[in-house]
Design a protein around this ligand. Structure first.
Ligand SMILES: Nc1nc2c(c(=O)[nH]1)N[C@H]1C(S)=C(S)[C@@H](COP(=O)(O)O)O[C@H]1N2
Ligand SMILES: [Mo]
Length: 252
């Protein structure tokens, strides 16, 4: 049933404003305002309406995508010859903004639905059993690179600290004010690692020293670097780019 009455819905906006909103919407999502109203089943008459409708569609996407996620399907692993060197750097700032994290002072904070929330030193983290993966990192900005990461499966760590693995989200806070979150099924995926090393060396500062969460089933922006806190929650935590409109699930 189509209840779209363009004339009514857009009556509050002058034509030029509509054209400009529509242009930006199309650039961002490949949608016209009419298509958006139709998909979201709500009024799209202004900027706030667009944001609201996009949020509705995005959370619908997240739900469907989370249901389609196969917790056992592994992403492709590559031979060492495919590793890109030097591995690219990317962040919401330039190289001169890379946070200087001191190894001696570092402590990983735990919060939320976790039984044992004592902080972990780097020495304690390094003592966790570790595995190595050679996988492809894919950035929405249009580049990808095969890299090699070594670290502890996040699943083992979450089990070890008594995280409530029936909760919905695992969130991450970073030393540079970046933050993101993933669904629990992805956090428990066998290839999701707490990475301490990259390409055989301690994780370099540009790539997230001392701790990066390597999530090869998801786009680059869901792989937080310089992680200083991990929390488990049922309340949607969002993320730095996610809160600006990037799709939250952003993965396989
Ligand atoms: N703390 C933090 N983590 C981050 C980012 C950031 O700006 N800060 N950028 C994300 C994005 S968009 C990408 S593509 C990867 C880049 O990781 P790299 O620098 O190791 O290539 O880090 C992700 N994790
Ligand atoms: Mo990215």
């Amino acid at each position: 049933m189509i209840k779209l009455k363009m004339g009514e819905r857009f009556a509050t906006l002058r034509n030029r404003e509509i054209a400009s909103l529509e242009r930006r919407l199309f650039l961002r999502q490949g949608l016209s305002m009419g298509a958006l109203s139709l998909l979201a089943g709500c009024n799209v008459t202004d900027e706030a309406g667009i944001e609201n409708a996009l949020r509705k569609i995005s959370s619908w996407n997240d739900t469907v995508q989370a249901k389609l996620f196969d917790p056992k399907r592994l992403v492709e692993e590559y031979p060492a010859s495919a590793i890109v060197r030097p591995f690219p750097f990317n962040a919401f700032y330039d190289e001169d903004g890379i946070p200087a994290v001191s190894a001696a002072d570092f402590s990983l904070e735990l919060a939320g639905l976790i039984r044992d929330r004592k902080p972990w030193s780097l020495a304690e983290l390094y003592a966790l059993p570790q595995v190595t993966q050679t996988t492809r990192h894919i950035c929405v900005e249009g580049w990808s690179a095969v890299g090699q990461w070594t670290g502890a499966p996040l699943r083992h760590f979450l089990e070890r600290v008594g995280a409530d693995t029936s909760a919905r989200y695992v969130g991450f806070k970073c030393a540079d004010d970046y933050y993101t979150s993933i669904d629990m099924a992805t956090a428990l995926h066998p290839q999701t690692l707490m990475a301490f090393r990259q390409d055989g060396d301690v994780l370099p500062a540009p790539n997230g020293f001392p701790l990066k969460i390597r999530v090869p089933t998801k786009l680059g922006f869901k792989n937080p670097k310089h992680v200083r806190a991990i929390f488990v929650t049922n309340e949607y935590p969002g993320g730095y780019w996610e809160d600006q409109g990037y799709n939250w699930f952003a993965g396989l």
